[in-house]
Design a protein around this ligand. Structure first.
Ligand code: TNX
Length: 494
């Protein structure tokens, strides 16, 4: 007799014990928020909105009823259960009820994402589908390996607006990713309005790679994205890239340039040619204004200052700049994050370094006591082509098929950087070669799912052989949500 199995989950949970039989999500099902979980009633509402379209069920969200009844999905908080950590959860499926328990609302939310994956793939459909909606019985106990499970989106090379970004947040949360890093500025465009320096978007937002119109987020739109993400336990990490990658800022305010005059807008894809002027106080007045406004829009603790590829900044000036900006970021109450090059400067232990290329710089970060986010370009750069034949993407770091994107371990990928040095893992989607949803989906999916698993699931028990079969079953889920993906031949899609 075959042992019962759960449907293939991504990320793979810490422990799963399936049992024979199933719970049926029927038309009278309720989502019950136990008295212990009243602070998380919104998680119940989000679950109801995820399950209503396909099932067509009413799924009322009920607070602290006298008793749960057969058919209910029950959400509870157990703050004392240390085995769950800050983001962990337990899902128990009986014939009569489903119960999800966590220490904190975030854990409950991740538990509801697991429940979604325990239902058949058509649950992801936006239109009513015939049931039955069966959830296999059993228990799942789960919590993440790493605290930072990120995705970076470059909205500077080509602009992506509120709807696309919010849709991406929805995709992230299905796979329990919890940091959305927005690369808001680069040579080709400045994408967030700054009230004290209005030309940044009045002038600097009207260009992009290839000569298109560009675009930008107003502060209100940015705040809306932040709130949308926060409701789903995703922190937005804003990046203002400096002192290089600033041509759009210099176009807007020529006095920030070394020569004092504004360059022409840039629509190519070269890097390393622009720099803020470093030894003028005006530059730090500018940085202070920008960091103050961005920090005020950002409830999360992190603010990313870029710092990459400042090839036109004198090396001594570079260290001076990063150290000053580190003080400014701290003065506005945030922890500085920077690309690995910032490890050339003197870092505070609370600063965070994002590795992308050079293992030596990651080690310098660790030596200074800073934590590391792993974004090795050969594994996590979603903008690398899958194969030489891919029409979208770059290939400076090689090609990255679905297996290469998945088949590595965060604790061993950089010699001298061990698991305790890590904050987490982040996939990066640079947008030189994409300007629409189809292109974004093609590059991000399915590789992003593998990165989500690397950040969440324990190393033990993880293998490409097993992952590839689970991933194969997720194609139908992506498709049911209308999310495009590259149907890579190394995955036996079902
Ligand atoms: C390198 S990685 C960059 C970006 C490019 C990307 C393209 C890093 C910190 N900088 O400016 O968009 O390669 O893959």
């Amino acid at each position: 007799m075959r042992a019962p199995a759960f449907p293939p989950l991504i990320p793979r949970p810490l422990a799963a014990a399936p049992e024979r039989g199933a719970f049926e999500l029927g038309p009278r099902a309720r989502i019950v928020v136990a008295r212990s979980a009243l602070e998380a009633v919104d998680v119940g509402r989000l679950l109801a909105s995820a399950l209503r379209p396909a099932t067509g069920h009413a799924l009322p969200v009920v607070r602290a009823p006298r008793a749960a009844v057969a058919g209910d999905i029950v959400l509870s908080l157990a703050p004392g259960d240390r085995s769950l950590g800050d983001e962990g959860y337990r899902v128990r499926v009986d014939a009569e009820t489903v119960s999800i328990t966590a220490r904190r609302p975030a854990g409950l939310f991740w538990g509801t994402q697991t429940l979604r994956q325990l239902l058949p793939p058509p649950i992801e459909s936006g239109e009513p589908v015939e049931g039955p909606w069966l959830v296999p019985r059993g228990t799942i106990h789960d919590r993440p390996r790493l605290a930072w499970r990120g995705l970076m989106l470059d909205v500077a090379r080509h602009f992506f607006g509120v709807d696309e970004i919010e849709r991406l947040v929805d995709e992230m949360t299905v796979y329990k990713l919890n940091r959305l890093h927005l690369h808001l500025t680069d040579d080709q465009g400045w994408r967030l309005a700054i009230r004290s320096w209005p030309n940044l978007t009045r002038i600097g937002a009207r260009s992009e790679v290839g000569g298109g119109p560009g675009g930008h987020l107003t502060q209100r739109q940015f705040a809306r994205i932040v709130a949308y993400a926060r409701r789903r336990f995703v922190d937005v990490v804003p990046e203002i890239d400096m002192p290089g990658h600033v041509n759009a800022a210099l176009v807007s305010y020529g006095r920030l340039a070394a020569g004092g005059s504004a360059p022409a807008p840039y629509t190519g894809i070269e890097v390393g040619f622009s720099s803020l002027t470093i030894r003028k106080e005006l530059t730090y007045a500018f940085v202070d204004d920008v960091v103050r406004e961005v920090a005020a829009l950002t409830p999360g603790p992190y603010l990313h200052i870029g710092g990459d590829e400042a090839l036109s900044t004198d090396p001594a000036d570079y260290g001076f700049f990063v150290e000053r900006v580190q003080r400014i970021v701290r003065a506005h109450g945030k922890r500085m994050v920077g690309w690995e090059e910032v490890a050339r400067a003197r870092l505070r232990r609370t600063s965070v370094v994002q590795h992308w290329h050079d293992a030596g710089l990651a080690r310098r970060a660790v030596e200074q006591g800073a934590k590391v986010i792993l974004s090795p370009a050969t594994r996590t750069y979603l903008d690398m082509k899958y194969t030489p034949a891919s029409s979208l993407g770059l290939s400076w770091a090689g090609t990255t098929d679905v297996r290469q994107a998945y088949d590595w371990d965060p604790a061993t990928v950089v010699e001298g950087v061990s698991e305790r040095d890590l904050l987490g893992v982040e996939a990066a989607l640079w947008s030189e070669t994409i300007d629409d949803r189809a292109g974004l989906d093609h590059l991000a999916f399915p590789r992003l799912l593998g990165h989500a698993e690397l950040g969440w699931s324990p190393a033990e028990g993880r293998s490409w052989r097993d992952y590839r079969l689970r991933l194969a079953a997720h194609g139908a889920r992506l498709a049911a949500r209308g999310t495009g993906f590259h149907a890579a031949p190394e995955v036996p899609w079902v």
